[in-house]
Design a protein around this ligand. Structure first.
Ligand SMILES: Cc1cc2nc3c(=O)[nH]c(=O)nc-3n(C[C@H](O)[C@H](O)[C@H](O)COP(=O)(O)OP(=O)(O)OC[C@H]3O[C@@H](n4cnc5c(N)ncnc54)[C@H](O)[C@@H]3O)c2cc1C
Length: 201
């Protein structure tokens, strides 16, 4: 199967992107789109985080709980979004049409890829080395990285989200980055006509 979108990374940015894409399920332009997220969470910065300063989150919320609840929210509300668990991506390779994404267990094909694996310099994914640069908005001694991009786009159909896109490390910013990309992709599917997904009371 070829995915229309494959999101790599199940942290703040990746899960936010998946939720917004999933929420477009009733739009004609999003019907029959195959969406997937590799929900690897072991190295998420959310694992140790404690949140008091995020609008909408009860003070004292644990990042570890957001990781679990996020997967459940996606499963309950948008079960058509495939969650690929316990796999770590080792390579992203451009093909004539789309990309091949290799994990420690499988190989996937996708027309669009969103990379949301965080901004540590431990990133060992083959195929993206040429885009790696020192992070433009982090202390140099921390050795953070970003993937060079313009408005989240690295090249056609290849996006980077969250801290790895060059944003400072704040939860709301990472979520916003993932959501932003989702609306860019939905706009693309909607033949370039700007769109967003809102639920109403
Ligand atoms: C201790 C701590 C406290 C914090 N406190 C606050 C706070 O009070 N307020 C606030 O706003 N922000 C806080 N933050 C920052 C916030 O947690 C981050 O900004 C946010 O998690 C970044 O989101 P991200 O999606 O860019 O990266 P992450 O959330 O780190 O997600 C990256 C994801 O990619 C996955 N991944 C990595 N490599 C691969 C691979 N090869 N294949 C597949 N998946 C992979 C990881 O497992 C992870 O799930 C805190 C962070 C820490 C560490």
């Amino acid at each position: 199967m070829v995915f229309d979108v494959l999101i790599i990374g199940g942290g703040a940015a990746g899960m936010s992107c998946a939720l917004v894409l999933g929420s477009a399920k009733d739009k004609t332009f999003a019907k029959n789109k195959n969406i997937a997220i590799i929900t690897h969470q072991k190295t998420s910065h959310l694992q140790n985080a404690l949140f008091n300063n995020v609008l909408g989150l009860t003070p004292g919320t644990l990042g570890a709980d957001i990781l679990n609840n996020g997967k459940q929210q996606l499963k309950d509300l948008y079960p058509h979004v495939n969650q690929i668990e316990k796999e770590k991506v080792t390579a992203v390779e451009k093909q004539l049409k789309g990309f091949t994404v290799t994990t420690n267990k499988n190989t996937y094909h996708s027309k669009i890829v969103v990379i949301a694996v965080g901004y540590t310099d431990m990133c060992t994914i083959k195929g993206i080395e040429s885009y790696i640069e020192p992070h433009p908005r982090a202390a140099i001694e921390k050795k953070r990285i970003w993937l060079k991009n313009t408005n989240h786009l690295i090249e056609d159909n290849l996006y980077v989200a969250g801290t790895l896109a060059g944003w400072r490390s704040q939860f709301a910013m990472a979520c916003g980055s993932g959501s932003h990309i989702a609306t860019d992709i939905l706009t693309l599917w909607n033949d370039g006509k700007h769109t967003k997904i809102h639920d109403k009371v």
